[in-house]
Design a binder for this molecule. Structure first.
Ligand code: ADP
Ligand code: GLC
Length: 490
């Protein structure tokens, strides 16, 4: 199969969250299975300097954007056999300190930046010599692509046009812009209405993807069901119910080549289920790195997270405020909303010998927290998939999660299955429910045999992409069969 992905972030070149890991893992696994794979992504600041062996497409991109035209180069890297990454080199749009924002404020021209990006994706899909037969598009930044393809197919004789699959990683980020930004698409007005990409008088890039893609997926089966309900639908549940026949959920995989407890350049000590001493050493090292007392017998709770409403930060702060009086330690690595940063700093000031906070982005420390902590907190309000709980499982760190989305699909509570238990789940979104879950963790910590049982189960759980990518191949096949059916009928 010939598959072209498009994404606004891709590990190891750019990353603000799980999207970057997901596309990297899936693309590599597909290429490993012998498929021809491309990934289109913006060339952000610093990427060119950090990598070498660059190639460049001969032809420059030159596309209309409202009244003018915008040019870009396309640089390429080939990180693995069968896999090419196409970087859109448009310095005015992408050579900036942030991916989407600076100092907590979105760039004012994000509509132009990502509508242009979507046009580049459609253009490459049409002109690449290997002729992708399926476009796999991720999140609102690429939401316009299915519409551009449909339009060019209908009005510009693009045949055979590739099929399109749009994956929702997070319905809460919709790419909403004032209606006048529609001019950036250079499309006729026929698509700007409630059955098209209009959403309450705004242009919705996400809705364009939902309405015009041939197939839709989201990143866990449970989230696929949740988003068709008003509670989780962010106002788009009606649209999703309408498109339910083509919507499915595929739980994300994990790149165990990157997230491993042995031979990991970010970890000083290796370990595995048979030799857990290394984990104890990592805990000591983490306590030292974070400036906490190096107490072996005190349970250490960790968080690595964007600090946003989605992640349940408010109930986390409240529950920790109560629980930190008990013998436990807490470390956090995160970045995001200033109001939450402030609150965590207050918490650290209130419990200085028990709490350590690092604000910022640090890939190495994220591995060391996963490895050094005993428990990992993810009390999300909603969670399309969540990767950290799966990393925790592999690192022998017991996840404490709210039973939503991918958290519910990937963690097993003792109430569900004693033999397979590998984490602690709670249902209600409240500080009281989370406090109770933390209590359970403290009890579990007092029972080393049971804790070992949880850890062993978690470390054995297999979410590898090699397997998961076959589920995507099935979705691709379904989409391509539909092409055949249409072609046969026309
Ligand atoms: P989301 O994509 O919603 O943020 P996920 O759990 O899917 O949540 O993925 C988050 C990813 O981002 C993980 O790989 C996590 O380790 C990483 N991450 C989040 N915050 C930070 C940070 N401050 N420093 C380093 N990595 C981070
Ligand atoms: C989004 C979601 C997260 C998911 C990630 C990768 O950022 O918030 O739950 O794991 O995308 O699919």
């Amino acid at each position: 199969m010939r598959i072209l992905h498009a994404t606004s972030e891709l590990f190891p070149y750019s990353k603000t969250g799980g999207l970057a890991d997901m596309v990297d893992g899936l693309a590599k696994a597909l290429a490993g299975h012998g498929h021809r794979v491309g990934v289109v992504t913006p060339l952000y600041r610093g990427i060119r300097e950090r990598f070498d062996r660059w190639g460049r497409l001969e032809q420059k991109i030159d596309l209309p954007l409202t009244w003018g035209r915008v040019q870009a180069d396309v640089l390429t890297l080939e990180p693995a056999p069968n896999l090419t990454v196409y970087f859109i080199d448009q310095p005015h749009f992408y050579d900036r300190p942030g991916l989407y924002s600076e100092h907590g404020r979105d760039y004012a021209d994000n509509a132009a930046r990502f509508i242009y990006f979507s046009k580049c994706v459609a253009h490459l899909a049409r002109t690449l010599p290997w002729q992708p037969e399926l476009l796999h598009l991720h999140d609102w930044q690429t939401g316009l692509v299915p519409l551009l393809v449909a339009h060019q197919k209908g009005f510009e004789g693009w045949r055979p046009a590739p099929k399109t699959l749009f994956t929702v990683h997070n319905l809460a980020f919709q790419g909403l812009f004032p209606y006048h930004e529609y001019a950036l698409t250079n499309l006729p007005p026929i698509y700007y209405h409630a059955e098209g990409l209009e959403f309450h008088n705004l242009l919705s890039c996400l809705k364009a993807g939902l309405m015009f893609a041939d197939r839709l997926t989201t990143v866990s089966p449970r989230y696929a069901r949740e988003i068709a309900t008003p509670e989780f639908g962010c106002g788009l549940d009606g649209v999703l119910r309408k498109r339910q026949a083509v919507l499915s959920g595929v739980l994300n995989g994990v790149d165990y080549g990157e997230w491993k407890t042995r031979g990991n350049p970010h970890l000083k000590y290796g370990y595995d289920a048979r030799w857990m001493n290394g984990k104890a050493f990592q805990k000591r090292a983490l306590q030292k790195e974070m400036g906490l007392p190096q107490a072996a017998g005190v349970p250490l709770f960790g968080v690595v997270s964007r600090l946003s409403e989605q992640k349940g930060v408010d109930i986390e702060l409240e529950a920790l405020g109560q629980m930190l009086a008990k013998p436990m330690q807490f470390v956090l690595l995160g970045s995001g909303e200033a109001r939450f940063v402030e609150k965590f700093q207050e918490l650290a000031a209130a419990f200085p010998d028990k709490t350590a906070i690092r604000i910022g982005y640090d890939q190495g420390l994220s591995h060391r927290i996963e490895a050094g902590a005993d428990f990992f907190l993810m009390p999300s309000r909603f969670e399309p998939c969540g990767l950290n709980q799966m990393y925790s499982l592999r690192y022998g760190t017991v996840p404490i999660v709210r039973a939503v989305g991918g958290l519910d699909d990937s963690v097993t509570d003792i109430i569900e299955d004693i033999g397979a238990a590998d984490g602690i789940k709670f249902k209600e979104y409240s500080a009281a429910a989370l406090t109770k879950a933390i209590h359970k963790a403290l009890v579990l910590y007092q029972h080393p045999d049971l804790l070992r049982h949880y850890r062993r189960n978690g470390m054995q759980a297999d979410f590898s992409w090699e397997r998961t990518c076959l589920e995507y191949v099935q979705v691709y096949e379904r989409a391509l069969q539909e092409t055949d059916a249409l072609a046969a009928g026309s």
